[in-house]
Design a binder for this molecule. Structure first.
Ligand code: ZN
Length: 246
């Protein structure tokens, strides 16, 4: 059917409005500049593998998942695509029963096939000494860039002044299979100690989890912004990206 002159005018007007919206929105959202990046968030343990257990019965896997889901939300709100290794109380190997090695292999596979720029695993520490406390970032050895991811995360959490103590970033020992096998820049976050009463009290508070995830999110974004700055001159991979002119 032939369009009227008004119909054509309306069509052109609609197209112009869309083009204007697409051009303006990415420039006005500020922190959404990292949209093209992907982060894997790994909630440690799950299912039959509970991880550490506190004196009051709090199980590490549950706090890990709660914190990981909050981090997912905050990263997505800031324009980052997130891949979760798990979103419920289960391990990742798809088998029934406890198969630690298979579970770690599955998490590694998710990381290495993700195309992500960062792999962030959430854990809670435990010690035989109830005095041991504090937050620590461990970094993987599968990528040279892992330390560059660990450092801004540690700095942001230090600046937030929410933890009982900030321990220095630490290279993971070679015995930790997943962090020598994940080739994506990777960190393991020990959010505190389940075996310490002060840390345990904080870790169970929603307000602490939210503040911690704000700081973790800021640290991850610092790292992603650094990658962006490094790659801008040679960036030709996605010519249709909305921010190609910046
Ligand atoms: Zn753990």
């Amino acid at each position: 059917m032939k369009k009227s002159r008004f119909g054509r005018f309306f069509g052109v007007l609609t197209a112009l409005l869309w083009i204007t919206a697409v051009a303006i929105i990415p420039l006005t959202t500020g922190e959404a500049e990292v949209t093209e990046y992907t982060v894997v968030v790994d909630a440690g343990h799950g299912g039959t593998d509970g991880g550490a257990v506190a004196e009051d019965g709090t199980i590490e896997k549950d706090l890990n998942l709660s914190i990981a889901l909050r981090l997912q939300k905050k990263l997505e709100e800031r324009g980052v695509r997130v891949i979760m290794t798990r979103t419920e109380d289960d391990d990742t190997d798809g088998l029934s029963g406890f198969h630690k090695r298979k579970d770690l292999e599955a998490r590694t596979k998710i990381g290495n096939e993700s195309g992500a720029q960062a792999y962030v695993s959430i854990h809670i520490n435990a010690s035989k000494s109830y005095k041991d406390q504090g937050f620590q970032v461990w970094y993987g050895t599968g990528s040279d860039k892992s330390e560059s991811l660990a450092t801004p995360i540690c700095n942001r959490v230090r600046n937030a002044e929410i933890c009982s103590r900030i321990r220095a970033v630490k290279k993971v020992p070679n015995t930790l299979y997943i962090f020598r096998s994940v080739t994506v820049p990777s960190v393991l976050i020990e959010c505190g100690f389940l075996s310490n009463a002060t840390d345990l009290y904080r870790l169970k508070q929603e307000s602490f989890q939210n503040a911690l995830c704000d700081a973790l999110c800021d640290g991850i974004l610092d790292y992603l912004s650094g990658i962006k700055a490094e790659t801008i001159p040679s960036e030709t991979k996605n010519p249709s990206a909305v921010n190609e002119n910046r």
